[in-house]
Design a binder for this molecule. Sequence first.
Ligand code: ACO
Length: 314
Amino acid sequence: MSAPQILSTGRALPRRVVTNQELSQRVDTSDEWVFSRTGIHSRHFCQEEHGLDLAQRAARQALERAGLGPEDIGVCLVATFTPDFASPSDACLLQQRLGLLEDTVCFDLNAACAGFLYGLKTAHALLADAPRPYALLLGCEVISRVMDMDDRNTCVLFGDGAGAVVLRRREDAVWHTVCGSRGDGQSIWVHGLGQGRPLIHMDGKSVFRFAVEVVERSIQQLLQAEGCGIDGLDLVVCHQANARIIDHVAKKLKAREGLFYKNMDRYGNTSAASIPIALDELVEQGALRPGMRVLAVGFGGGLTWAGALFRWDC
Ligand code: ACO
């Protein structure tokens, strides 16, 4: 067996912070409504920055903390559904900015909010046959770019940001994963090229029902594979879409208070970036220690979902 070992983390957020109060000057909403329905108070929106600027800052931080240079990286993946360009990929542009070597495997991956965990599985598989033993994996989103700022159903939910990890493959470690998708173009979608300005549309109730179903099921499957109960976990890092989704699942699983990490109050839903941003915050707080049993789970447009249970090891 083998498993990915996360060696370091990094994150970058745009400078501009947008509060619910500020959004209520544009659409008919309030801090009370948004916070009670979602757990979100504020989020960051790019103004002068591009997604690539965030990706570069997060990646440099993760590389520095791992004590590695661009010449050590064999795989570079960016999980995103809001890249700066349709082509080239964020990953190739990041390669140029960081000076990664020419034989580095570089591409973007779109599994919406499940993208980071799809990326973890992909990077781990690619490292088996990579020119160098380290991978750079990012979740990077500029969702403000595809938001209808006059639609109160969606404009209060999302935020921009990037999170990065440096990985290597450990041959003597075990992890468990689940991954899935359910072709569904109705619950949440963003128009593609040639279909006018891309804007996010969502049937919130249907996504909510889907999310609580697949998050709970994924956690149960991972616990069964590991042979432990919910109390055997040290930390659950769920995609930070909505505090009510997390609280609902935590209650159903009878999880102890504080087991599920939450930080959407300050970032909103940053899609593929939410899990690596949360991991970076947890590392900074000293809340992740070697040997801890960590479960991460994400869900999003597609509809997609993915989960992983592993030992924290850095
Ligand atoms: N402020 C005030 N009122 C609002 C707002 C707002 N920002 N947004 C909607 N409302 C109104 C609606 O218009 C509706 O009014 P009406 O009854 O007069 O029509 C009322 O509030 C209730 O709306 P609901 O949609 O029933 O509100 P709900 O309690 O379901 O919460 C929410 C909506 C927060 C979107 C919820 O459904 C949700 O979180 N869904 C999951 C979304 C998600 O997690 N997406 C992430 C995955 S997406 C990805 O991969 C990119």
